[in-house]
Design a protein around this ligand. Structure first.
Ligand code: AMP
Ligand code: DBH
Length: 544
């Protein structure tokens, strides 16, 4: 978790990127400044609707701090949040911030495999869930996590169930005011999650100063102000939904955050019309679903000014349809929880807005496009495709609690993305160098699927691949080599899917497709060749 050298840090401060404000200051200041305005609209963990002013949000956050305190959580502790898009999520995040507790932004779709890792790496004091989430028993889930941790000689976290919060909340710890903590703006404020490229979940330490800079600058680039109404359709804890400009960007400017409990076009369209939503953020498959639904329903989307699309590559064709069909300007967002976020600007010509993934937030985001095969990572010719390395005022220089080879000696993050850089500074994402599947914006490390499959008695070898999919961008295909060829097919596929579910893999990581082969193509050193396997499958699919 290396800090930048002092000269760079001094430069970031001199430029006004890093200021002294902490998230505790942020909560106290914005909830006071915008006290009477509407901060948050959504349903609670029981599905009951709420509309909170900034003042009411401050009170609710203060009660949440008290509840964390009652569960034994103290300033400086890490708390894993795995909540759906309910108002308690925002309330608990602010509750953590005001008392100097570090939230770990997990997802309700995470299962024991992931949650155990996050709890173990973060040494979490508590995990916050919503008892029964969309038919899944989160309490039973965290019990399995606790058993796993105990089995590894670790102390399991306290369990906090926001569905149990309907009774008396107990007195706020320090009503109105914030809890004083000594940690400054340079300390870790929150832990985001990496999509995971090696199978080991990585936690991303973001400081008050760096994250708040990205939030302020994002809010400005996206034109947010007190009148802005942001609809959150994506999982709210995801870096995109939280900070680009996201929930924190809207709260920074005194705008309103509207949470969609589910991502269906029906729910979103109703909220857009009822709340006069001005901005929302989607991944490409959702943008496509909205387009086809809007063609049939003719919803009232007249208040929408901007639709952001990011998380995975938006095809130029779909980008072109967004304006005419949904009646809003498209803004492409190419970001990563590790830091760097690129936006197309609202005044960019269509040619850039529809075909590029934007340019960096900051003039001090340093970009290197290098030859991925050159040992010294030499930069490619201007405009040529290469691997993207980046360093800057809000990009991490190391993961939390682990050493990795993801950073260069001089502090650049190896993003694993292949890009081309245009003379305007805009980046076009052309692919990836890392073994990761991007399923409609959900990042899945191939190893996370392959590992458990290899443990199955009938699997000799298994390779997970992202295959092109018109809806998801990439879908997960698993190619399996098995001894019992006569069983290969539907029956074995079902058994392997059950096996992965039993291994505790998140639902979105389950394969969309199984293929069975008796031999795998290999590279000269005898490794499975993902590239050739992919070609083989694409040819197979074309022929079938
Ligand atoms: P994560 O590490 O989970 O935060 O995911 C970040 C990764 O998502 C990036 O490194 C890219 O691979 C991918 N990504 C995000 N936004 C875009 C986009 N607009 N176009 C293409 N890929 C994207
Ligand atoms: O995919 C991402 O991680 C992402 C996409 C858009 C992101 O972290 C962001 C914007 O901040």
């Amino acid at each position: 978790m290396a800090a930048p050298p002092e000269d760079l840090a001094a430069h970031y401060r001199a430029q006004g990127y890093w200021i002294d404000e902490t998230f505790a200051d942020f909560v106290a200041d914005r909830t006071t400044r915008f006290a009477g305005r509407t901060a948050l609209v959504g349903v609670d963990a029981h599905g009951r609707p709420h509309r909170l002013t900034y003042a009411a949000l401050a009170d609710a956050a203060s009660v949440a701090s008290a509840r964390l305190g009652a569960a034994g959580v103290v300033p400086g502790d890490r708390v894993v949040l795995a909540l759906p898009n309910v108002i308690e999520l925002v309330v608990v995040v602010l509750g953590c911030f005001r008392m100097g507790v570090v939230p770990v932004f997990a997802q309700p779709a995470h299962r024991e495999h992931e949650l155990s890792q996050f709890c173990a790496i973060a040494d979490a004091a508590a995990v916050v869930v919503s008892g029964d989430t969309d038919g899944h028993d989160q309490l039973a889930l965290v019990e399995r996590v606790a058993a796993d941790l105990r089995g590894r000689g670790l102390v399991p976290p306290a369990v906090i169930d926001v569905q149990g919060w309907s009774g008396s909340p107990g007195p706020p710890d320090t009503p109105g005011g914030q809890v004083r903590t000594s940690a400054g703006a340079g300390s870790v404020a929150l832990l985001q999650l990496s999509g995971g490229t090696t199978g080991v979940a990585k936690l991303i330490p973001r400081t008050h100063a760096d994250y708040l800079y990205s939030v302020r600058a994002s809010a400005e680039i996206c034109g947010l102000d007190e009148e802005s109404v942001l609809l959150v359709v994506l999982p709210a804890a995801h870096n995109f939904a939280m900070s680009s400009p996201g929930i924190l960007g809207a709260l920074h400017t005194g705008g309103t955050v509207v949470l969609a409990r589910d991502p269906s076009p029906r729910t979103s369209f109703r909220l857009i019309a009822d709340e006069r939503v001005t901005l929302t953020s989607l991944v490409p498959p959702l943008a496509q679903a909205w387009i086809s639904s809007a063609r049939r329903r003719m919803p009232d989307l007249s208040s929408l000014e901007v639709i952001q699309v990011g998380g995975a590559r938006l095809s130029d064709a779909v980008a072109t349809e967004i304006g005419p069909v949904l009646g809003a300007r498209v803004q492409q967002v190419f970001g990563m929880a590790e830091g760097l976020v690129n936006y197309t600007r609202l005044d960019d010509p269509d040619e850039l807005a529809l075909t590029t993934q934007g340019r960096p937030i900051s003039p001090d985001d340093e970009i290197r496009v290098v030859d991925p095969d050159s040992p010294d990572e030499a930069e490619v010719a201007p405009g040529a495709e290469g691997a993207l390395l980046t360093r800057g005022p809000y990009t991490i220089r190391g993961y939390y609690g682990v050493e990795t080879d993801a950073f260069t000696a001089d502090g650049f993050y190896r993003t694993g993305d292949l890009v081309r850089r245009l003379p305007t500074g805009h980046l076009v994402v052309t692919g990836r160098v890392k073994d990761q599947i991007n399923r409609g914006g959900e990042k899945v490390a191939t190893e996370e699927i392959e590992g458990p499959l290899l443990a199955h008695p009938e699997v000799l070898d298994a390779v997970a691949l992202g295959l092109p999919d018109p809806y998801l961008g990439e879908r997960i295909c698993v190619v399996v080599r098995t001894e019992r060829e006569e069983r290969a097919g539907q029956e074995l596929a079902r058994e392997l899917a059950d096996h992965l579910r039993a291994a505790g893999l998140a639902t979105y990581k389950l394969p969309d497709q199984f293929e069975f082969l008796d031999t795998f193509p290999v590279t000269p050193v005898g490794k499975n060749s993902r590239r050739e396997l992919r070609q083989l499958l694409v040819t197979r699919l074309q022929e079938s």
